[in-house]
Design a protein around this ligand. Structure first.
Ligand SMILES: CC(C)(COP(=O)(O)OP(=O)(O)OC[C@H]1O[C@@H](n2cnc3c(N)ncnc32)[C@H](O)[C@@H]1OP(=O)(O)O)[C@@H](O)C(=O)NCCC(=O)NCCS
Length: 195
């Protein structure tokens, strides 16, 4: 990663961790969340326009990949899940249902949760498709690489398209983690042979 970005990321992550300590917040990795909490999270994704709606069933499915919760005195005040797309027999993960309670926003906790998840999936294919400039910047801080659609196999693009991710490089930017980038040519070749 670009060393200026790396310094910026480390600073931001350290600040976020210091903030957590001062506020008594804890980041927890788990595969288990009660049905009641899953219902609350699902409702939240339904009512916040920036989020994709995730039903309890979808959240249960994502929970199999593990998720990070931001906890305060036993209460969930933030979360991030990993959505697994299956392309041929390969798994491509995407961060999903990121949320931080209003009282704690703008203290880099969104980035902190993204950092945990990105690290967890460093040996898997991880992709981020976003519109927002802040998210692009965060992706760069997290060491993800911008790629263009022509770098991706049509099979992969088609699968993402079915999931509502448009083939639109004006609005969206595609970022992948270094592992994905290192395997992209190999992956495209395998997928091409399946057409
Ligand atoms: C998006 C969100 C998690 C950011 O939490 P945060 O702890 O404030 O994040 P940070 O302090 O690391 O980053 C702050 C900035 O980055 C933006 N940001 C960070 N991650 C983002 C993401 N995945 N999508 C959109 N914006 C994001 C924030 O909106 C904020 O921008 P602003 O300064 O222009 O207001 C929080 O605003 C939230 O829960 N929003 C409602 C749900 C949502 O929009 N989720 C993202 C879509 S899945």
């Amino acid at each position: 990663m670009n060393s200026i970005l790396n310094i910026e990321k480390n600073t931001v992550v350290e600040e976020a961790k210091a903030y957590c300590e001062a506020q008594g917040l804890e980041v927890v990795f788990t595969h288990e969340i009660s049905k009641t909490h899953l219902q609350i999270i699902s409702e939240r994704t339904k009512h916040l326009p920036a989020m994709y709606h995730a039903s309890v069933g979808m959240l249960l499915d994502r929970l199999k990949n593990g998720c990070y919760l931001l906890m305060k005195d036993g209460e969930i005040v933030g979360h991030i899940f990993a959505h697994r797309h299956t392309i041929d027999k390969y798994s491509v993960y995407e961060r999903s249902s990121l949320w931080v309670q209003k009282a704690y926003r703008n203290n880099n906790l969104g980035l902190l949760l993204m950092d945990f998840l990105t690290k967890k999936f460093s040996k898997e294919f991880l992709i981020s498709i976003a519109q927002d400039q802040t998210v692009h910047h965060n992706n760069e801080l997290l060491g993800m690489r911008h790629i263009t659609l022509k770098d991706l196999s049509p099979v992969l693009i088609e699968t993402l398209e079915k999931l509502g991710k448009l083939r639109d490089e004006y609005k969206y930017k595609y970022y992948v983690n270094p592992y994905f980038e290192s395997k992209i040519n190999q992956f495209n070749k395998i997928l091409k042979s399946k057409i």
